[in-house]
Design a protein around this ligand. Structure first.
Ligand code: S3P
Length: 164
């Protein structure tokens, strides 16, 4: 199993699809996996049940997913490694955990237009968004940097990133 982690907007799903195709493996998008299990979109889960409920389910389904299809490329949610002992679970499940690392400026540029449908940033005022992302990424890097492989992919296309 190959696991891709990284901040929202880092391209985990896009790169994961390209990589799975190249390696002739299955591709699993963990957000979609949760949505299918819960029969609700991620924004709806946040809205109707709240983040605490989402994080609880996320940890539960993570355990289930990592025990399953070992021939898959998996892209996790941006927050998945950052709660409870999820990161420990992830790095013990496979030696192939890759952090797709992008500069904070690139992430801000990508996330600005997608703000409204991302539950964690949708209520942040435009003028506060870059400060929020900077601080949030700094906190989350504590977890992301435990990945086995760190790829600096700020300037790369999905194909170049999958190649690396
Ligand atoms: C989240 C990232 C999202 C999704 C949820 C929470 C986060 O996944 O799981 O909105 O905490 O960073 P993507 O990184 O795939 O957008």
């Amino acid at each position: 199993m190959i696991v891709l982690i990284g901040y929202m907007g880092s391209g985990k799903s896009t790169v994961g699809k390209v990589l799975a195709n190249q390696l002739k493996k299955d591709f699993i998008d963990f957000d979609q996996y949760i949505e299918a299990k819960e029969q609700l979109s991620i924004p709806e889960i946040f809205k109707q049940k709240g983040e605490v409920y989402f994080r609880k389910k996320e940890s539960h389904y993570l355990g289930e997913l990592l025990k399953g299809n070992s021939n898959a490329v998996v892209s996790l949610g941006g927050g998945t490694p950052c709660f409870g002992d999820n990161m420990q679970t992830i790095i013990e499940a496979t030696p192939n955990v890759f952090y797709l690392k992008l500069s904070v400026d690139k992430l801000i540029e990508r996330l600005q237009p997608e703000k409204s449908y991302r539950p964690l940033i949708k209520d942040i005022a435009d003028e506060d968004l870059s400060d929020f992302i900077r601080k949030h990424l700094f906190e989350r890097n504590f977890y992301y940097l435990q990945a086995h492989h760190i790829l600096n992919v700020t300037e790369q296309s999905a194909e170049q990133c999958a190649g690396e």
